[in-house]
Design a protein around this ligand. Structure first.
Ligand code: PLP
Length: 441
């Protein structure tokens, strides 16, 4: 398959139907998939692995996020950050929808190229690249890449002098969950000399990029970064470069803060990079596209009753639940991405309790039995939840589920203690338009 460098946004508009009913239907689909899988497991006699953790991914959510992006940032073309979740179906749908891809390594670039995506739709957005990877992208015609220091410029001059370079600048990322500027980005007092060196080395600088930090919460960071990028565009001009692209990076959340963030960015772009300047605008969203797409289900493999020594025989002790996934697995997001996934009850005493409208969660929050939730490895750090209350009594064999588990989860899972890092994904699709693009029925 070869994906054309065009967007299928026409399809997207035609097929989209918004609103609460829609969200309910999407939940229904996810719930049905969870139920079917769990009900098909013979918990008494199943083989090792049969009751493993699994994901349900609603690809319709990717599609809705695309539409939401188009509505809020119509001038900015997304280059999905593959590192966030390299799920092949997500990538395929994003390709069908006309997006580009931000890749950080040879493997990511290979994955996207192997799907038939044109090299011009990839940016190798890693300011400090491996030599052999640079030679690899040169052989494949992936030209766009970032840099932020003089040594990298010399490396590129030697290995890939035809590359199209984006100068990544430093931002104030202090409001973000994961600070990237501690590691990457040229400060504004170095950009002029870097551009001078690029000119001296006869390199092709085509744009500026920045990243306000992953999980950013302060929209002003975007305004400041756009202003800084504007200043660097002018510096580049003085060195004889006529830059043609601004890359505003990632950092967008999928929660309701997105609209506010996008508004500040949109207005800043309209002020500093108005359409008549002809500067192309791209971004590298990761979590925005996938966070809410994936729900994970985990099996309770063990339980420990915690008796209060003051109240032995207490009718309602608390419990430690041990599930078959944890911080060394798909809950790596707790460690690396500062997340707090919230457990919900999927089954209790063979009753299926998936919550299509949030009613159970609200009831559970109030009171009920107290649980802590732990992963399966030997390490005491492997704790998912310190304390949560459920109305239901949970025991070995019951299932829990966690929503919003699509970003920085499975991609950073390990095989510590011999557990698998490769879990099944059941795909559903609550958007007919996305189903059509993916030939799903
Ligand atoms: N671009 C680059 C260069 C990154 O390092 C990252 C995340 O680390 C992203 C994009 C994606 O960020 P986010 O998931 O916050 O949108």
């Amino acid at each position: 398959v070869t994906y054309q460098n065009t967007s299928n946004i026409g399809l997207l508009k035609k097929n989209n139907n918004h609103g609460a009913t829609h969200a309910h239907n999407a939940k229904q689909l996810i719930g049905d998939a969870l139920r079917q899988r769990v009900e098909n497991i013979d918990h008494e006699f199943c083989e090792p692995g049969d009751e493993d953790t699994f994901f349900v991914a609603d690809l319709g959510e990717v599609y809705r996020q695309q539409l939401r992006w188009k509505m809020n940032l119509p001038r900015v073309k997304p280059f999905y950050a593959v590192k966030c979740n390299p799920d092949p179906k997500v990538i395929r749908l994003l390709a069908e929808l006309g997006n580009g891809f931000d890749c950080a390594s040879k493997a990511e670039i290979e994955q996207v190229l192997d799907m038939g995506v044109d090299p011009s739709r990839i940016i190798y957005a890693q300011p400090c690249k491996t030599n052999s990877y640079v030679r690899y992208v040169a052989s494949k015609g992936v030209r766009q890449m970032t840099f932020d220091n003089a040594d990298e410029l010399r490396k590129i001059a030697k290995l890939y002098p035809d590359a199209e370079l984006f100068l990544r600048i430093l931002t104030d990322d202090s409001s973000s969950l994961c600070r990237l500027s501690l590691k990457f980005g040229a400060s504004l007092d170095t950009t002029d000399s870097l551009l001078g060196l690029a000119r001296e080395l006869n390199l092709n600088v085509v744009g500026v990029s920045f990243h306000v930090g992953s999980g950013a919460s302060d929209p002003v960071a975007f305004l400041k970064a756009v202003q800084d990028a504007y200043a660097v565009f002018n510096q580049a001009n003085a060195h004889g470069y006529s830059l043609r692209t601004l890359d505003v990076g990632g950092g967008f959340c999928s929660d309701p803060t997105f609209e506010g963030m996008a508004k500040v960015l949109r207005e800043a772009l309209d002020e500093y990079f108005p359409p008549h300047l002809g500067v192309s605008l791209i971004a590298e969203p990761g979590r925005y596209f996938v966070s809410s797409v994936f729900t994970i289900a985990c099996n309770v493999i063990a339980r420990r009753t915690v008796e209060d020594p003051q109240q032995v025989g207490n009718a309602d002790p608390s419990y430690m639940l041990y599930v078959n996934d944890g911080l060394y697995g798909n809950f790596s997001s707790i460690m690396f991405d500062h997340q707090n996934p919230v457990a919900k009850v999927l089954t209790s005493n063979s009753r299926f309790l998936y919550d299509t409208d949030g009613a159970n969660a609200a009831a559970n929050a109030a009171n009920g039995t107290e649980y802590s939730i732990w992963g399966p490895t030997c390490d005491g750090i492997d704790r998912i939840t310190e304390s949560i209350r459920f109305q239901q009594k949970l025991d070995v064999g019951d299932w829990l589920y966690f929503e919003d588990m699509g970003a920085y989860t499975s991609c950073s899972a390990t095989r510590f203690n011999g557990f698998t890092d490769n879990h099944d994904v059941i795909y559903v699709c609550s958007e007919p338009g996305a189903r059509a693009l993916l030939n799903m029925h």
